[in-house]
Design a protein around this ligand. Structure first.
Ligand SMILES: [Zn+2]
Length: 264
């Protein structure tokens, strides 16, 4: 059994300020150590559940955050950005039997995490079929495209609620709750323990988590600035619907990802 683990940092236990997410800034080394510990725990849970191969995708910023030596020896680590439209799920394919997301965060504008955002700092919101979505939901549909069950997510409480509303069978561990510009956190060691045990349980029950893919996607992106929307409106098949919004319709979710890669 192959298990794929993708990790971001804004939903890692304790992480509260942008400085903690950036190389060279105050608190970053603590944040990356906790990110590594939570990912290692997820790997251990997957291995306990019978995984024979675990791939880890470092998916935050430079994609060079996780300290590789802190992971189990069976793991392959994907670092940096290839340019493939799967982005945070680069190299995910039909050979995997379960997807696990660690340290994911609420979407731009949600209020559930002081570090809420969606894909880049340029975006006010992204809607799929009329619903505002997070990076989590984009990953959920990407996984559905290659028929891999998304079994587990950890991150802020608001994101965990979004995950359950999209897929009632998913297992979640809310390691923190955002309140205004603050966070209320589990103890880092308790978060690690919960991730290890809950990933083991979720991977063992993966099959029921396979998400059905909608027949058609209407993707809308609202940018902070109109010049970005004007530019993105020239992507083949896209159209600008108001000064800051661009719309793209397609039946194939891969084409939506291609649009997001180039337009966002
Ligand atoms: Zn991030």
């Amino acid at each position: 059994m192959k298990v794929y683990i993708s990790a971001d940092i804004e939903g890692i236990t304790g992480v509260t300020h942008w400085d903690e997410t950036e190389h060279g800034k105050e608190g970053y080394e603590v944040a990356r150590a906790q990110m590594t510990a939570e990912v290692a725990a997820a790997c251990e849970g997957a291995l306990q559940a019978g995984a024979t191969e675990v791939w880890v995708r470092d998916a935050h910023g430079s994609a060079r955050n996780i300290i590789a030596v802190g992971l189990p020896r069976q793991v392959r680590l994907v670092r940096g950005w290839s340019g493939h439209p799967f982005l945070m799920l680069q190299e995910l394919d039909t050979s995997f039997q379960a997807l696990v997301l660690i340290g994911y965060h609420s979407r731009m504008g949600s209020g559930a995490n002081p570090l809420s955002h969606t894909m880049s700092g340029r975006i006010t919101w992204i809607k799929l079929n009329g619903v505002e979505v997070s990076e989590f939901s984009l990953c959920a549909y990407t996984a559905a495209l290659v028929r891999v069950p998304l079994v587990f997510v950890s991150g802020d409480k608001g994101l965990c609620e979004e995950a359950v509303s999209l897929n009632a069978h998913i297992t979640t561990v809310a390691v923190k709750e955002g309140v205004g510009d603050s966070t209320i956190n589990l103890h880092p060691d308790l978060a690690v323990e919960q991730i290890r045990s809950q990933v083991a349980r979720a991977v063992a029950n993966a099959q029921k988590c396979l998400l059905p893919l909608p027949d058609h996607f209407t993707a809308e992106v609202r940018f902070h600035r109109p010049e970005r929307a004007y530019r993105s409106g020239f992507f083949p098949g896209a159209r600008q619907t108001d000064p800051t919004t661009v719309q793209f319709d397609h039946a194939d979710f891969f084409e939506v990802l291609r649009f997001l890669l180039f337009a966002v």
